[in-house]
Design a protein around this ligand. Structure first.
Ligand SMILES: Cc1cc2nc3c(=O)[nH]c(=O)nc-3n(C[C@H](O)[C@H](O)[C@H](O)COP(=O)(O)O)c2cc1C
Length: 315
């Protein structure tokens, strides 16, 4: 019997990933050790921890908690500063696409960070995080500011020459997704990554009758299986409304090959793993790869393009 070759490589608007699975920003991608582990892993690409100009310690501990179907965090962007991530990329042999995630604390800081990243050719692309829910000193999230975001992106593209994508928060109304898509469609954006953690969640330890993380009186961003329906909905609606050349990187609630299949069926070109990577460690990429190949064989699909975006509706 001739076995059909299953191709699970991906193209994000021309950026080729040998495997469609990578880490989500913020999870085990902050330090030299984390990033070296990712370089040596089978992940198809690497996203760095969202960086600011200067290093940050982030919020007070404990700031991350996980349970069987989800996670809550209020990290507050602990990172080693943009120079560290650029130096890492410059000095290492980079064997796969590497996305520098940027999350300035102000609009001006974001301009400076993007300007700086533009000077380094080894950075494959910028993932601009406009959706961090856990910054104590920041009231507004640009991803939810429909007027601000348009102006901001227009200014970014006055000087940006690098492939650039935007990490979006989850939206809960179709009209919001349509509006954001209409704005994004006006610019030469390479990709969007959706979704970031669901903001403003609360997890309670019933025995202690207490919250489980210290910052913000226990409120934090929610990730893991529990958010998958919202991730899928955002991906599919953006797939409907975005220009076809803007790729979607799906993120949110992936813990199995089946979850990856669902993200791609909704229109994602590649996927990122957050909470499950935190739970399972670096071997998660190999397991998910095997599970996805197994599923595609069973369904008799030979590549992602055979089913990408082809979600069926009931008549
Ligand atoms: C501990 C932790 C830290 C995170 N830090 C960042 C970050 O720095 N930048 C970012 O864009 N997203 C960050 N996120 C959000 C994830 O990238 C991802 O969007 C979210 O967790 C949903 O994916 P998941 O369901 O696979 O966890 C973080 C998530 C976690 C759990």
């Amino acid at each position: 019997m001739i076995m059909k070759k299953i191709d699970i490589s991906a193209s994000i608007n021309g950026i080729k990933l040998p495997l469609c699975i990578m880490n989500a920003s913020g999870v085990l991608c902050s330090t030299d050790q984390d990033l070296s582990n990712l370089l040596n892993s089978s992940s198809g690409g690497i996203v760095t921890k969202s960086c600011t100009y200067k290093p940050r310690e982030g919020n007070i501990l404990p700031r991350y908690f996980e349970w069987n179907i989800g996670s809550i965090n209020s990290m507050g962007l602990p990172n080693l500063g943009i120079d560290f991530y650029i130096n890492f990329i410059e000095k290492k042999k980079i064997n796969k696409p590497i996305f520098l995630s940027i999350s300035g604390l102000s609009i001006e800081e974001n301009y400076s960070l993007v300007q700086k990243a533009n000077q380094y050719s080894k950075i494959t692309a910028i993932e601009l995080n406009l959706s961090c829910p856990n910054i104590l000193e920041k009231e507004k999230m640009l991803g939810y500011d429909f007027y601000g975001i348009s102006n901001f992106i227009e200014n970014i593209f006055k000087f940006n020459k690098k492939p650039l994508g935007i990490k979006l928060p989850p939206y809960f109304h179709e009209a919001h997704i349509k509006n954001i898509a209409l704005i994004l469609n006006q610019f030469p954006i390479f990709f969007v990554t959706c979704i970031n953690s669901l903001p403003n969640g609360l997890f309670i330890d019933i025995n202690k009758e207490s919250v489980v993380i210290r910052p913000k009186k226990g409120f934090g961003g929610i990730g893991g299986s529990i958010i998958k329906p919202f991730a899928l909905a955002n991906i599919h609606k953006f797939y409907t409304y975005l220009r076809k050349d803007i790729a979607i990187i799906g993120c949110g609630g992936i813990s199995s090959g089946k979850d990856i299949f669902e993200h791609i069926l909704c229109g994602a070109s590649a996927v990122q793993i957050g909470t499950q990577f935190m739970k399972e460690g670096i071997s998660v990429f190999e397991r998910l790869k095997k599970e996805l190949i197994f599923l595609l064989k069973k369904k008799n699909y030979s590549s992602l393009n055979s089913f990408k975006g082809k979600l069926k509706y009931l008549q």
